[in-house]
Design a protein around this ligand. Sequence first.
Ligand code: 13P
Length: 236
Amino acid sequence: MMTSPKIIAGNWKMNGTAAFLKECLSYWQGLDLIHDLVICPPFTLLTEANKNIHLSKVSLGAQDCHQKPLGAFTGNISADQVKETGCSHVIIGHSERRQYHGENNDLVKVKAETAILSGLKPIICVGENLAEREQGSALEVLKNQIEECLPKSPEFLIAYEPVWAIGTGKAASLKDIEEVHSFLRRLIGPYIPLLYGGSVTLENYKEILLTNNVDGVLVGGASLKKEDFGRMLCDQ
Ligand code: 13P
């Protein structure tokens, strides 16, 4: 069954070259896209990516931005600078930022507010870790993340990314995705897009997109496979 148009976001993390990006964009934009693509390469590729985006169904996202609008923060990138590259979106609070850069809910909220002020749509990531899932406290953890991370303005998306499903090849079951997404839907209301992320592949993306309250997917590893990702965008 063909799914209605959804958001397919590709998070390249710390991967990719300018040449590969150009090749992917030209390949994907030559296809008959059903879904909306948000491609999120590393900062260094954003300007080049923007030059090579020619379709309204394709937009650009960064993987992070700083919480302050500008200043003496060596090595960081501001939301305005991200916006200037041509981005419409920015991933905020990815579990890898939380794990390796000590980002907590309070910081995620400030970053999301800053991004919105700069005219970007944050894709705010939430998700429980394995111990929390095994203890049966996943929904409680998610409720807390939602309460603490969300900005006042509704100009954002949520990505549910269970930490134990990221890069492990073990996506959450459809039952778990459905349970969490309907729980999140009740918390955030009907209009905020809800994406699922964590080991989404060509094999499982269709049934995930057909799950209730799933408005799209946030794809890591499989977004670096040009043909596979292209087939996801075309719903093949
Ligand atoms: P994988 O699709 O590689 O599991 O990564 C998911 C992710 O972290 C997307 O942000």
